[in-house]
Ligand binder design. Structure first.
Ligand code: CA
Ligand code: CA
Length: 395
């Protein structure tokens, strides 16, 4: 019995308080439901935010990539621009330099053209006048009227014409033939015109050999090699002899690819071919020897014939003991030892010089001229083969 009392009591208590528990349980349930609802809403909101975030993050990643790509493109463009700018600057510099060269060349050309025009215009005028006289006289005389050469005045005029044509040819020859040019190109007055330039080249140096080399190198460094212009000359004379007098009845005029400049002209215009450069060097060396050293040493202008038919001009300086120094500005040759001017035994030096000119075959003939600057007259000191001229120089 005692055992059932507590059990019954507990059961009663449970039943007695049953209504209170029921009420409390309902309230909690409702709160849980509300919280569950709130949780669901919050979960939905979180899910939406997560979606928004993912979308934004995707956009951000895409934009980042696009930005990196744009930055890379910009760097490439900048590099291309820099490279183009450098190329443009280089081109601009080249263009300016070309423009300057062109301007200088134009000016040189104008100067040259003016000189040539003046010289040729004078010669042409002389020639046209003579040709006119000659044509009218020729017409009057005609080949079949020589038997009537009784008109003294006509014969006198014809004779004057003959002399005038010869004189014109002699004048033309002085411009187109090296040896004939000496009376214009290597006179004392021409040699004296070298004073300023020679003084400037040697400065205060009194070493004659060093000064010879300085003069030579001044020309090789400053005078450009330029081919000659064509010069007119007269040839093909036909004569008729009447009473022991020679009358010119016909002649031809042609041009020759040779023109000999004065040393002054070559110095001023800084251009010329071998004869012009050789004559300039000859004039400068003669000036130096005679007016600065005080002794007008022997010096030859050498005319060379090559086996291929061409020719050349250089300066030969004979040195005591059968030695020779060759100064050839246009041929860029100087007798030297380790780049210092020297004199060498004539025979072997002529062979070395011959090797220098191997592109023209060989040197077949040499003529050595000594020019008297008083009037440009000359003395053909030696003429012959390399061996013959070497023998002359060795004596
Ligand atoms: Ca020439
Ligand atoms: Ca010339």
């Amino acid at each position: 019995m005692e055992k059932w009392v507590p059990v019954a009591l507990i059961a009663l208590l449970l039943v007695g308080s049953g209504g209170g528990y029921f009420l409390a349980s309902n309230t909690l349930q409702s709160q849980v439901t509300s919280l569950e609802g709130q949780l669901t809403t919050a979960q939905q909101q979180l899910s939406e935010k997560t979606d928004d975030y993912t979308s934004l993050n995707d956009d951000y990643q895409a934009l980042s990539q696009e930005k990196a790509s744009l930055e890379s493109s910009r760097a490439t463009l900048q590099s291309t621009y820099d490279s183009l700018k450098t190329s443009y600057d280089t081109l601009q510099t080249s263009r300016d330099s070309l423009q300057a060269d062109y301007t200088a060349l134009s000016s040189q050309y104008d100067t040259l053209q003016a000189g040539v025009d003046t010289g040729l215009a004078t010669l042409s005028a002389d020639y046209v006048g003579l040709q006119k006289d000659y044509d009218s006289l020729s017409q009057m005389l005609g080949s079949d009227v020589y038997s009537t050469f009784g008109d003294t005045q006509m014969l006198n005029d014809f004779y004057k014409l003959t002399l005038a044509v010869r004189s014109l040819n002699a004048t033309l020859w002085e411009y187109c033939n090296v040896v004939s040019s000496f009376k214009n190109t290597l006179t004392t007055s021409e040699v004296l015109k070298m004073e300023t330039q020679v003084g400037s080249i040697i400065g205060s140096s009194t070493d004659a050999w060093a000064n010879y080399q300085r003069i030579h190198e001044y020309i090789t460094s400053n005078v450009d090699y330029v081919h000659d212009t064509e010069s007119p000359y007269i040839h093909g004379y036909t004569y008729r002899d009447v009473n022991g007098v020679r009358y010119l009845t016909d002649f031809d005029v042609s041009t020759i690819d040779n023109y000999v400049q004065t040393p002054e002209w070559t110095l001023q215009n800084k251009q010329g071919d071998c004869d012009d450069q050789g004559i300039l060097e000859y004039a400068m060396l003669r000036y130096y020897n005679k007016y600065i050293v005080g002794t007008d040493y022997n010096l030859y202008l050498a005319e060379l014939d090559f086996s291929d038919g061409s020719g050349h001009i250089a300066v030969f300086m004979p040195v005591s003991g059968g030695q020779l120094t060759i100064l050839d500005p246009a041929g860029n040759y100087l007798t030297s030892t380790y780049s210092t001017i020297a004199s060498k035994a004539a025979a072997s030096e002529l062979e070395a010089y011959n090797s220098h000119w191997s592109s023209t075959g060989s040197i077949t003939q040499i003529r050595l001229y000594y020019i008297d600057p008083v009037d440009g007259s000359y003395n053909l000191a030696s003429e012959g083969t390399r061996a013959q001229v070497a023998s002359f120089l060795s004596n």
